[in-house]
Design a protein around this ligand. Structure first.
Ligand SMILES: [Fe+2]
Length: 564
């Protein structure tokens, strides 16, 4: 094991020890308070759901997350990392169709040799679209993720043991040298078979008569490469992860990135709860400042969460990224600015789909890993059309800013949308991302004009909605005909109706068709009028629209299941 490994693991050990010390020694009423930490998660081992002790009103009221829970260190969504086979085109699509602007870039032009990344922004929403620049021949060289037990073995065994290196090829010199070998071979005009570049590569190169002329250039390259070995390692890792993701899932969201405070504590807790490790906590720095960053995977999935603690970073996205380098022509900019504007605000929630009977298990995972609590739930009684159904639990950070609904299919007469997703995605993953807006009609109208395709709700749905609104004597802020014309779904809570104004708390939602040919990732646009729910009243209407799409795709079929 090389010295960089030693330093990484000793750094991890130090930070982990520091975290544990912080947990055990602090008496502050914050995330370091050991009594509060031990009270979480909210699913005890006896399977009893302690949230039953709260009323439904408490669970969904505005003040519930902040009054019932101590700050857990989770601040808000930082960004979503989307794997694409063509990040440049996807960035352009998001700019043209959804009004995002490209604000940051990483690629060949700023010395990122294996991964290119385009970061787009609309309001406070950042999406990072990544793709690979090369194909890694053997994407099983790196073992990802590794787990707490692996870390314990790092501590227990002699890190220099060869067998250990063979078993856990994490930042080995071999890996870097293999990479350099490839680079050097590619630089030479004649194939080199007689020289094996290994651990003495540098000396071999500079002593060689044949390659004297190349020596200066190569030695600089090699020295720089070895100095940058950790960067290269990270690039290889990133490239491998993207490649594997695309092979297994095709395009989709790979990483839900979150802003946190107290990263080391959160990381140690997540790893203790079984989260896989992709990146150990590390400080990244460039001219714009520093952040601390770590990446874990959600147990039983490929879903990643990168945790980011901003130290003093003020740049375009993260250390290592430049401003966007793509300069548009005046004509193009002019044309772009003539398109109807789309103003989104924040990521409202990010939905994960799972397979049969996984929902409760994964909700517990989020509770144990991050201390998230159950914010909202729905079952087949709420979410069924008679043909298909699902169950859902929304897990939330203590401040309610990060919400992750967890879905599972329910046995039903026809193949449901969750099953369809699972068939095409190849495992659990992100089904949809919800963007919030303050003017859904304007936003949806502009998106339609720019080419986004939304699901259509039925006349029956709007006739029923109109009747219910009349019966409950509730008035919307929006013009009902506009809501209907744009296929926007409405879920309102008549209990919150103000007798004077006839207004109540409600949400407006609409769902796009899948962004790709595979029926996997789609987007939701949502506007909230003091309502924190997830559209229990709109599910039936939504499901019927999705079933119509499933029919067109040939995936709305009667099923005779043999379930695990
Ligand atoms: Fe949603």
């Amino acid at each position: 094991m090389d010295s960089s490994n030693e330093s990484i693991f000793s750094e991890y050990r130090n930070s982990r020890n520091a975290s544990l010390t912080a947990i055990s020694s602090s008496s502050d009423q914050n995330i370091s308070d050991s009594s509060l930490m031990t009270q979480l998660p909210f699913f005890p081992t006896n399977q009893e759901d302690p949230l039953l002790s709260f009323t439904c009103e408490e669970l969904i009221s505005d003040k519930f997350p902040t009054t019932k829970f101590p700050f857990d260190g989770f601040i808000n969504f930082h960004s979503l990392k989307i794997c694409s086979s063509n990040a440049k085109q996807m960035s352009k699509y998001l700019q043209l169709a959804m009004g995002f602007k490209e604000v940051a870039y990483k690629g060949l032009e700023n010395n990122s040799r294996l991964v290119a990344s385009h970061v787009v922004q609309n309001g406070s929403i950042f999406l990072e679209i990544v793709n690979t620049l090369e194909t890694i021949k053997n994407d099983n060289v790196l073992k990802f993720p590794y787990f707490k037990d692996d870390l314990l073995r790092f501590e227990k065994f002699d890190l220099r043991m060869k067998t250990y290196v063979e078993e856990f090829k994490i930042t080995t010199e071999d890996l870097v040298f293999d990479y350099v070998n490839n680079r050097i071979e590619n630089l030479c005009t004649n194939p080199i078979s007689s020289i094996h570049f290994g651990r003495n590569m540098y000396n071999t190169i500079i002593k060689s008569e044949k390659y004297r002329e190349l020596a200066k250039y190569l030695s600089e390259l090699v020295t720089k490469t070895i100095n940058d070995s950790e960067i290269i390692y990270n690039d290889i890792m990133e490239c491998t992860l993207i490649q594997k993701f695309l092979k297994k899932h095709a395009e989709g969201v790979m990483d839900i990135v979150v802003n946190v405070k107290g990263l080391d504590v959160i990381f140690a807790k997540a790893v203790d709860a079984g989260a896989g490790i992709i990146r150990l906590p590390k400080v990244l720095v460039d001219k714009h400042g520093a952040v601390k960053l770590a990446t874990i995977t959600v147990p039983n999935t490929d879903i990643q969460h990168t945790l980011i603690e901003n130290i003093n970073y003020t740049g375009p996205f993260l250390p290592g990224y430049s401003d966007s380098i793509w300069k548009h022509s005046f004509d193009y900019e002019q044309q772009l600015s003539s398109l109807p504007p789309i103003n989104l605000t924040v990521i409202d929630h990010c939905v994960e789909n799972y397979s049969w009977n996984q929902m409760l298990l994964q909700a517990k995972v989020y509770a144990e890993m991050f201390g998230f609590h159950k914010f909202w739930s729905a079952d087949e009684e709420d979410v069924s059309t008679g043909y298909t159904a699902l169950r859902s639990i929304v897990m939330s950070s203590s401040n309610g800013q990060i919400k992750v609904p967890i879905n599972e299919p329910v046995e039903s007469k026809f193949k449901g949308q969750i099953e369809e997703f699972n068939d095409f995605y190849g495992g659990p993953g992100i089904q949809h991302i919800a963007f919030r807006t303050n003017d859904i009609i304007k936003t949806v109208k502009a998106m339609i004009q720019r080419g986004i395709e939304f699901n259509h709700a039925s006349d029956k749905y709007y006739n029923n909605l109109e009747l219910r609104l009349k019966k409950d004597d509730v008035v919307l802020f929006e013009d009902f005909d506009e809501v209907r014309r744009h296929n926007i779904l409405v879920d309102y809570d008549p209990q919150t109706r103000n007798k004077k104004t006839k207004r109540c708390h409600y949400i407006l939602q609409i769902f796009s068709q899948p962004l790709h040919d595979r029926p996997t990732l789609f987007i939701e646009i949502i506007q909230r009028h003091h309502h924190n729910g997830f559209g229990k009243g709109t599910f039936k209407g939504l499901f019927e629209t999705i079933e119509e799409q499933q029919k067109l795709r040939g995936n709305f079929v009667e099923v005779n299941r043999v379930r695990p």
